[in-house]
Ligand binder design. Structure first.
Ligand code: SF4
Length: 649
């Protein structure tokens, strides 16, 4: 079998749907500085997307990208990303998916695919080792994303992998999702961009093998990773998600993405009594569960069916979940009525209700056309009273404000600075602190993350022990910068968030994980030696490039680095600290403190920003980057454009 060495297929494919032209660019034009994944996607976006266009302009790009680890075995290397200007976030955004599609793209011979332009009618792309064909998709038009995927697999072969959009994407719903094999979903509204390009699906067939530069070293690293992960399992995560009852969990079984055997995560398959199966993880598992349980008075398959319906129509369940709560509040306030909306609002929780809602949004019928903008914009359309009802449970990105700074302080910068919910960055703080809080709450016989262990983890991963003392804002800006650098490097490699970084271990002497593993894996795969600091430097470069893109597209520097107002005024709720009802966190000198009922101190948050800008080498007053900072990160071309356009301090 033909092989690709050193982690890369070597080519990035570009397809212009307006002209039908196809080009190939050597991946090497980007990989030395930007590695892969988010890094390469951000550079392509910077080079090609004019800053002032609308997300639906043919000039917008959809960048489907893998990383050097994608399609290697044993490291959760299934991940791939889609980037572009999002109609939900009105700026550059990104989605991270698992499953098989990314690995197949690389095995077909491409590290990435860049789609520009707009086809005259519905088309799909068919990518194989022989190149790409643009094919008519009239027969797929209007199909659900899952239905379309299965139709294409029926036509092209079972081993083909497909990413597709449903009616929501075709009709440019702002929170439309892409759906790929294993129901891997990509959020951020990028399916609406696919719809605007008249691109219904992309089918890929890969038949080549991706081999690392140093297979022996990589195998040893796999064994080391598995050894220090041993004893950790997905039950920890399942146990802290309050909506997963044991009856439901009994109907699930583990499911894994491409070549991910041996690693642990919450990706599961749900099996209905009828035998129907599908993905069951994160928001798809719980977004309708509470409402359905109330409506039916017992646990049923309806939450699963509702999630499948959203996947097929292509709606983001992370957006649907708070949207439902807001609809209930609007119903109770008399703002939304059954007569005016045509929705069976009194039957919320039933299959009948979710079916009607999903279809109205996806086809943009009546009230659905308003809701299709996303909750915040829909509330604005309906008026002040409806806006007030978004309360403190929907953030400016239309998601729940998970893991916010009212409980975790450090995460304030992630919520303030990313164009979407920065789940990978948030997870780095909360997964380990949650392990600590479970220890505090349940006092198990076999202690997990104790306060001394958490402090040791904080020192090694976040720059100081103070980062694990949530009674003070000290050490949090440095921790945030370190997390951003690590996570942007991880998103460029790309390694799955469920297992990386390995921060806590039951197998090491001090119970601290190993932050050097990612750089060692990168070195073994690519054959280019990079150490831990070198990898973080790539992460810092990618983070700064993304910052430059956002600033150029209108992000207001320091003023733009803002939190939703309720973070300063509405006390921390149980929801914010999932699975940690009293918001228990570690304080000073081994004390346990509760952040329940507290808000973010505005002055201290602004002081954290001062410290952060200073650490980044940015201008403290404006939050804008400096020429010298960008040049030091090998971004002189970016600095030149930013300077010419007046976006530097
Ligand atoms: S850890 Fe889970 S979600 Fe991540 S790549 Fe592996 S199977 Fe997929």
């Amino acid at each position: 079998m033909e092989e690709f060495a050193n982690g890369y297929a070597g080519r990035i494919l570009t397809v212009d749907l307006s002209t039908g032209s196809v080009q190939e660019t050597p991946t090497e034009s980007y990989s030395p500085l930007f590695l892969g994944g988010r890094g390469i996607a951000a550079k392509i976006y910077w080079d090609q997307v004019p800053p002032d266009i609308s997300p639906f302009d043919p000039e917008n790009r959809l960048i489907f990208i893998t990383g050097p680890v994608t399609a290697t075995t044993g490291f959760c290397g299934s991940r791939w990303q889609v980037c572009g200007k999002s109609p939900l976030h009105d700026t550059f955004s990104y989605a991270n998916l698992g499953g098989n599609w990314g690995a197949q793209l690389k095995r077909a011979g491409y590290d990435g695919l860049v789609v520009s332009g707009q086809a005259e009618g519905p088309v799909y792309l068919w990518i194989t080792r022989d190149g790409v064909e643009i094919r008519r998709a009239d027969h797929l038009s209007g199909q659900g994303a899952i239905t379309c995927r299965e139709t294409l697999k029926g036509e092209l072969g079972k081993t083909v992998n497909v990413v597709a959009i449903g009616p929501a994407g075709e009709n440019r719903v702002a929170f439309a999702n892409l759906i790929a094999d294993k129901n891997a979903s990509g959020s951020g509204g990028l399916a609406a961009v696919m719809g605007a390009k008249n691109l219904k699906a992309i089918a890929v067939k890969g038949d080549r093998k991706v081999v690392p530069a140093d297979a022996k070293r990589l195998l040893a690293l796999k064994e080391r990773s598995l050894a220090i992960m041993s004893g950790l399992d997905e039950e920890f995560v399942s146990g802290v998600i309050p909506f997963r009852d044991s009856n439901t969990l009994e109907k699930t079984s583990r499911d894994v993405c491409y070549s991910c055997a041996g690693h642990k995560c919450i990706r599961r398959n749900y099996r209905m009594d009828s035998g129907q199966k599908g993905k069951f993880m994160c928001a798809s598992s719980y977004f309708y569960m509470v409402w359905a349980n109330i409506h039916y008075g017992e646990s049923t398959d309806v939450p699963f069916l509702a999630a499948q319906l959203c996947d097929d129509y292509g709606l983001d369940t992370h957006v649907m979940e708070p949207l439902l709560l807001w609809i209930v509040l609007c119903r109770d306030a008399g703002i939304l009525t059954e007569e005016e909306t045509g929705l069976p609002l009194s039957k919320l929780g039933s299959m009948e209700f979710i079916d009607a809602l999903v279809k109205k949004i996806s086809y943009r019928e009546g009230i659905g056309d308003i809701l299709a903008q996303g909750t915040q914009k829909a509330a604005k359309t309906l008026g002040r009273e409806a806006q007030n009802l978004t309360g403190d449970f929907i953030n400016r990105h239309d998601h729940r404000p998970f893991y916010g700074p009212r409980a975790y302080l450090t995460t304030g910068l992630f919520h303030a600075m990313e164009p979407r919910l920065a789940i990978q960055q948030l997870h780095e703080v909360v997964t380990v602190v949650m392990r600590w809080s479970l220890n505090e709450i349940h006092k198990p016989e076999k202690p997990g993350v104790t306060t001394p262990i958490l402090r040791a983890i904080a020192e090694r991963f976040w720059g100081s022990e103070l980062a694990a003392d949530f009674s003070t804002w000290e050490g949090k800006a440095l921790a945030a910068a370190k997390i951003q650098d690590r996570q942007h490097a991880k998103e460029s490699l790309i390694l799955c968030d469920f297992n990386w970084p390995i921060m806590y271990s039951e197998a090491t002497a001090d119970h601290v994980g190993d932050p050097t593993l990612e750089s060692q894996i990168c070195s073994a795969v690519t054959g280019t030696e990079v150490d831990e600091e070198g990898l973080y430097r790539i992460g810092a470069r990618v983070f700064n490039l993304q910052r430059a893109i956002l600033i150029r597209e209108g992000w207001q520097g320091r003023a733009g680095d803002a939190l939703d107002e309720y973070e300063f005024s509405s006390p921390a709720s149980q929801m914010e600290a999932l699975g940690n009802p009293e918001a228990l966190i570690p304080g000073k000198d081994g004390q346990t403190i509760s952040r329940q009922g507290l808000v973010v101190d505005r002055k201290q948050f602004e002081e954290m920003k001062d410290e952060f800008y200073s650490l980044r080498g940015w201008d403290m007053k404006t939050g804008l980057q400096k020429k010298t900072t960008l040049e030091a990160l090998d971004l002189a071309d970016v600095a030149g454009t930013m300077e010419a356009e007046g976006f530097l301090a």
